[in-house]
Design a protein around this ligand. Structure first.
Ligand code: TNX
Length: 587
């Protein structure tokens, strides 16, 4: 997608990657017209003619193609939601039209009001309607939208119920989190033009009926590695927005690695002034001050997302060793590292100063992290073996527990002793893992991130311009077709806290590249985390997901136009108020 000077979004039909601005990534080998993979994918291969077509046949084919291209997008159905809701009861007689004088009314609790304000802010730019927000003891949906906190709804800490009738919309939940998730559903039920940042002419119709929804797993997350490449706060906030859209509730930040240390620690200033000044390649690196981090945490909290910070130990620590050589096994500062190897660095597990360092770092991090979970890494510490490794992990686990936090570690920490509440993040590529299953028997719970299904840094296909393939290629179907509840042998579903999609950034240098790898696989992982297994259905998912392409395009979000998804041939091009409708682009 490109954006014209006037700001209207357009699809470039000879591109498979849509991106705002000029940096669209083209992987389409045939630059000819009318050969978009999505069109070809939807219609199937066109047989080669055995003889010259007649003029009449050509005219008929051209007419058919034009009709397809110009067809109005199918109206949105109540079930067209990602992640799939638990229960959907459409009522085609209950459609409701959002009108210019609609009002949003919320329960008097500030948290309900905040969800209502969030909804108004989502709907105002594209509709151009004022959508005033008010509150009431018993909000009514009189030709408007009511957001109601109601204990009697009984859908847990994150569930919601959405009723759309001809007389208005009622969204109810026990918690503000439930209301927030319901707002995301409501947004998806409006036409894609709702993503426009300027007012557009559109029939803002919501499909009638009732949705009752609750998540399958309590933990649904994504990880952003800000250590291999550093990303600006605004980029992180935009990733938070993407998580919120798909009802993910945890953002794991991989804050430290060999190539850079990204979080300020007052007692160890050189971690950031020295350790933060590098990244993969020749970039300048960077770091978050505590105020920056607080901004991310609070932006995420406003979207009902908890930040899980990771300090990766004892390996992946070259940037810390450069800053503080007393942590290094030989007490000599290594050169800064800007390559992409893993497993060579480690803090000295035999030196007490290392544990003082760990206590200082986690102490300061705990103080600025409202969430309960602190991630201690633990992966790929190839040079710290056996009891030296488990002893180190056990001491770090105790330090975190004494801070009143719950420890998370990559599944390599499994052999260490259990501490209360311990969570392992499993990233294997084969569900047979007796060591992890044993840790679960000793009390650990799992966040599941299979390298060959959930790793967002894996390429989609051999021609994906960035990413790795060590865990295989992960197309959208591969990201979707697995079950977190049964994935790891001998681990019962009750021990599975949820799912997470990690994005490692050795090859990722910009927001557009983050989005290219995130979308459309993040919604696939989100659906595995949220939706009941009974709704799992690749055919249904791919057609629901297809409707999100025009949304992302309209919002200027880069995504990979995966050929296995039947993207609409022509996205709705919204008509800006007072501006002539742009010509549809017909190749
Ligand atoms: C493995 S999976 C790593 C990371 C790399 C990633 C690249 C894990 C816990 N560690 O250090 O960035 O592979 O895909």
């Amino acid at each position: 997608m490109t954006t014209t000077p006037a700001g209207e979004p357009h699809f470039c039909h000879n591109r498979r990657e849509y991106t705002p601005g000029a940096a669209a990534v083209s992987t389409n080998p045939s630059p000819g017209p009318a050969t978009t993979p999505e069109v070809a994918g939807a219609a199937g291969p066109i047989p080669l003619p055995t003889q010259e077509p007649t003029a009449a046949a050509l005219a008929r084919a051209a007419e058919r193609a034009a009709t397809d291209l110009l067809a109005a997008p199918a109206p949105i159905q109540l079930a067209d939601v990602v992640p799939a809701p638990r229960d959907v009861r459409p009522d085609p007689a209950g459609n409701w039209r959002l009108s210019p004088d609609a009002v949003i009314v919320a329960s008097t609790e500030p948290a309900a009001l905040a969800a209502a304000v969030h909804l108004a802010e989502l709907l105002r730019p594209a509709t151009g309607y004022p959508l005033p927000v008010t509150d009431a003891a018993t909000p009514q949906a009189d030709d408007g939208i009511a957001l109601v906190l109601d204990q009697a709804v009984g859908l847990g800490t994150e569930g919601y119920r959405l009723d759309v009738t001809t007389s208005g919309v009622r969204l109810s939940a026990v918690t503000a989190t439930g209301l927030f998730h319901g707002v995301q559903t409501l947004r998806q039920l409006l036409p894609p033009a709702i993503e426009s940042t300027v007012p557009v002419t559109e029939a803002w119709i919501l499909p009638g009926g009732t949705i009752t929804d609750t998540p399958r797993f309590p933990y649904r997350g994504a990880m952003l590695d800000v250590a291999r490449h550093f990303f600006a706060i605004e980029d992180v906030l935009r990733v938070v927005d993407h998580l919120a859209r798909y009802k993910l509730n945890h953002l794991h930040l991989h804050l430290t690695d060999d190539q850079g240390w990204r979080i300020a620690v007052d007692s160890r200033p050189k971690l950031t002034t020295v350790g933060g000044a590098t990244e993969v390649g020749d970039g300048p690196g960077g770091f978050y001050t505590k105020a920056d981090y607080a901004r991310i945490v609070s932006y995420a909290a406003d979207r009902h997302i908890t930040v899980v910070p990771e300090i990766d130990l004892p390996g992946h620590t070259n940037s810390a060793l450069v800053a503080y050589p007393e942590l290094a096994p030989d007490k000599i500062a290594p050169p800064p590292y800007t390559g992409t190897d893993v497993g060579f660095s480690y803090v000295d597990p035999t030196d007490e100063r290392t544990y003082d360092f760990v206590a200082d770092v986690f102490g300061e991090l705990a103080a600025i992290t409202p969430g309960r979970l602190l991630h201690i890494g633990g992966d790929e510490a190839f040079k710290v073996k056996g009891e030296l490794y488990t002893g180190f992990v056990e001491r770090v686990q105790r330090i975190v527990a004494e801070l009143g936090k719950t420890v998370v570690g990559w599944h390599q920490v499994a052999p260490a002793a259990h501490v209360d509440g311990r969570v392992l993040q499993w990233w294997g590529t084969n569900g047979e893992d007796p060591t992890t299953a044993d840790a679960v028997r000793r009390g650990a719970r799992l966040v599941i991130s299979p390298g060959n299904h959930a790793y967002l840094d894996m390429k989609y296909a051999p021609d994906t311009p960035i990413g790795h393939d060590w865990a295989g290629l992960i197309d959208v179907r591969k990201a979707y077709d697995w079950d977190p509840g049964t994935h790891v042998a001998d681990v019962p579903e009750e021990a599975v806290l949820g799912v997470e999609a990690p994005l490692w950034t050795e090859s990722v240098t910009s927001l557009a590249e983050i989005e290219l790898l995130l979308l459309p696989r993040l919604p696939a992982i989100a659906e595995l985390g949220w939706s009941p297994r009974a709704t799992h259905d690749w055919a249904g998912f791919r057609s629901r997901l297809a409707g999100h392409g025009p949304r992302w395009a309209t919002a200027g979000i880069t995504f990979h136009a995966a050929p296995e998804i039947p993207w609409p041939a022509v996205p709705a091009i919204p008509q800006q108020h007072g501006v002539p409708h742009p010509d549809p682009i017909i190749p």
